[in-house]
Design a binder for this molecule. Structure first.
Ligand code: PLP
Length: 246
């Protein structure tokens, strides 16, 4: 397995963060929303623990990692960071559910009822409740992971009966478009699905995690409550980390 770490420029992170916050503020203003309604999840996959520490020191409190093992190694160096929320955002294999349920505050990439059941059992064993999002597959064939739209309602219904999991909302990665405006209908669809599901399950599904470095303005305009931003904060990643799976 390749263990390349992406290079990062310490002084660059603060400047990048200011730019990202500015883009958030402008998109929120266009949509008549408050910028502080939108949580920035800094996607730190492939970047070293020092990059996370740096972002933490300038106010970032949510971090997204896509591999359990990579986070295990980094988290050992970051135990002193208080009040941060650690999100798993990458596809998770059932056999890693136990570790994931212990090491993350929220699993944003739950893509089957089977996985949810495993996380529920693991969380119960660890004596905790685990917050999760359901990842929805938008855009058919082009998107790799996520729950098919046709199966979302049944999956959500099943998840709400699992006592050690707390369903908070939905996450999606729409297909990549050179013109990010083309992602807008997918963001709109996810919001609609969230609203439908809120009625159906009679629960508050507050979180809509959608939008990445190149398209988050459109996601914010369509109602994102969380955006997941890697490149725009930390810089380009080494290629190997991008395809990271658990
Ligand atoms: C890598 C990743 C991101 C961040 O992507 P950028 O384009 O670098 O902002 C967001 N969400 C998920 C699920 C990812 O895997």
């Amino acid at each position: 397995m390749q263990r390349t770490s992406s290079a990062f420029e310490p002084s660059g992170i603060a400047a990048n963060l200011a730019l990202v916050r500015d883009r958030i503020a402008q998109a929120a203003a266009r949509a008549g929303r408050r910028a502080d309604e939108i949580t920035l999840v800094a996607v730190s996959k492939t970047f070293p623990a020092e990059a996370i520490r740096m972002a933490y020191q300038i106010g970032v409190r949510h971090f997204g990692e896509n591999r359990v093992q990579e986070w295990e190694a980094k988290s050992a160096q970051l135990e002193d960071l208080q009040g941060a929320t650690w999100h798993l955002i990458g596809h998770l294999q059932g056999n890693k559910a136990k570790k994931a349920a212990r090491q993350f505050d929220r699993v944003d990439s739950v893509d089957s009822l089977e996985l949810a059941r495993r996380l529920d059992a693991a969380a119960r064993e660890a004596g905790r409740r685990l917050a999760i999002l359901l990842e929805v597959k938008l855009g058919g064939e082009e998107t790799k992971s996520g729950i098919a739209v046709a199966e979302l309602a049944a999956t959500a219904e099943g998840v709400t009966s699992l006592e050690s999991l707390e369903l908070r909302g939905l996450m999606a990665i729409p297909p990549y478009f050179g013109d990010p405006a083309r992602a807008r209908p997918f963001f709109r669809e996810l919001r609609q699905l969230r609203d439908d599901l809120t009625r159906q399950t009679n629960r508050e599904l507050c979180v809509l995690s959608m939008g990445m470095s190149h398209d988050f303005e459109f996601a914010i305009e369509e109602g994102a409550t969380e955006i997941r931003v890697g490149t725009a904060l930390f810089g380009q990643r080494a290629k190997a980390g991008d395809a990271g799976q658990n």
